[in-house]
Design a protein around this ligand. Structure first.
Ligand code: SF4
Length: 234
């Protein structure tokens, strides 16, 4: 048994391992600007740095007063896969990185099952600062902070967006439906029509492992639309 399969077993994800024939269908992650012939717009590094600086200096909402660090996001700023969660937790706030701890480990395993890694995708959150006591984000906080996320998406130009959890889905789709209503189909991110798939947040999966099967369906849906790039196709 390979070490990677052992790793997935440890995460309780044995059922998510691709078969050999499945793996042959998974495209290798492609990095923009490497001669892939896609004609995608090159990211301006200076604009990205300027955006990082604006986030780290931001005081637009009251969360700036209680944060230790802003959490801008991590991964490849030219990635084709973008994953969006809700907000930093206590450990993320301490480290300035998204999805650390057990939820982060589960997210890494989910990526691994898609032949991806934290280095080949970009992972961010709707809020860049931690809400105290891990409470839900407030509407005004989302309104103030979401423009940073939209700017990140415009710069990255991902081929597929995975919205993890209700807050991410609602913020990205500017919707108020429940996650149950938003799951199960491919949406169009309204700003530039990128295919967007809604799934559960890894922290929820830790509490409700029975939802992993539905999450696996969502990941397969995202993978299919990553390959096909058809926005809104069911
Ligand atoms: S949560 Fe967003 S809007 Fe609020 S202070 Fe942090 S970066 Fe600024």
């Amino acid at each position: 048994m390979s070490s990677s399969v052992v790793h997935l077993k440890e995460m309780g994800l044995t059922r998510w391992v691709f078969t050999t024939s499945d793996k042959s269908q998974i495209p290798e992650p492609i990095t923009k600007g490497t001669g892939d012939g896609l004609g995608l717009q090159e990211l301006s590094d200076s604009k990205w740095v300027e955006l990082q600086n604006r986030v780290s200096d931001c005081q637009l909402c009251s969360l700036h007063g209680s944060r230790h660090n802003t959490v801008f996001g991590t991964g490849n700023p030219k990635a084709h896969w973008m994953l969006v969660g809700e907000a930093p937790g206590a450990e993320e706030d301490r480290q300035g990185q998204p999805f650390v701890g057990r939820a982060g480990q589960l997210l890494s395993a989910m990526l691994f099952s898609l032949n991806l890694s934290r280095h080949t995708v970009f992972i961010g959150n709707v809020l860049k600062c931690r809400p105290p006591d891990n409470r839900d984000p407030l509407g005004d906080e989302v309104r103030q902070c979401a423009p940073f996320l939209h700017e990140q998406i415009r710069s990255i130009q991902p081929r597929i967006i995975l919205a993890m959890g209700r807050f991410a889905a609602q913020a990205l789709l500017q919707a108020d439906q429940s996650i149950a209503q938003l799951r199960g189909r491919v949406h169009c991110y309204p700003i530039n029509d990128t295919p967007l798939v809604v799934t559960y947040h890894p922290a929820y999966l830790l509490r409700s492992p029975q939802a992993k099967a539905k999450t696996w369906e969502d990941l397969q849906r995202a993978r299919a639309h990553y390959v096909g790039q058809v926005c809104g196709d069911q």
